[in-house]
Design a protein around this ligand. Structure first.
Ligand SMILES: [Zn+2]
Length: 86
């Protein structure tokens, strides 16, 4: 039985965001995640990050940034200013 390595599993998971995986690749990824806790956790984190990014994107499109987004922008601006003044 051919089971993905963790590296192949993460590559397949990334590729699945861009395109439909083959049935074989989906099966191999599923089997790998059944036996690999690390890749299950990684998949959940990537999924959560994707949801967060789409929430931020939809907020920005509506032109109504949340207070958190405004605070994050301010933090990024301060870091950039600090880095550029070195
Ligand atoms: Zn793994």
């Amino acid at each position: 039985m051919n089971i993905f390595s963790c590296r192949h599993a993460s590559e397949a998971a990334s590729a699945s965001k861009q395109q439909e995986l083959t049935r074989r690749a989906r099966w191999q990824l599923g089997i790998h995640r059944l036996i690999c806790r690390g890749c299950r956790v990684y998949a959940r984190q990537v999924e959560a990050l994707g949801h967060a990014m789409s929430r931020i994107a939809s907020t920005t499109r509506e032109g109504l940034p949340t207070p958190l987004a405004a605070a994050a922008r301010e933090r990024i601006r301060r870091v950039l200013e600090r880095e550029m003044s070195r």
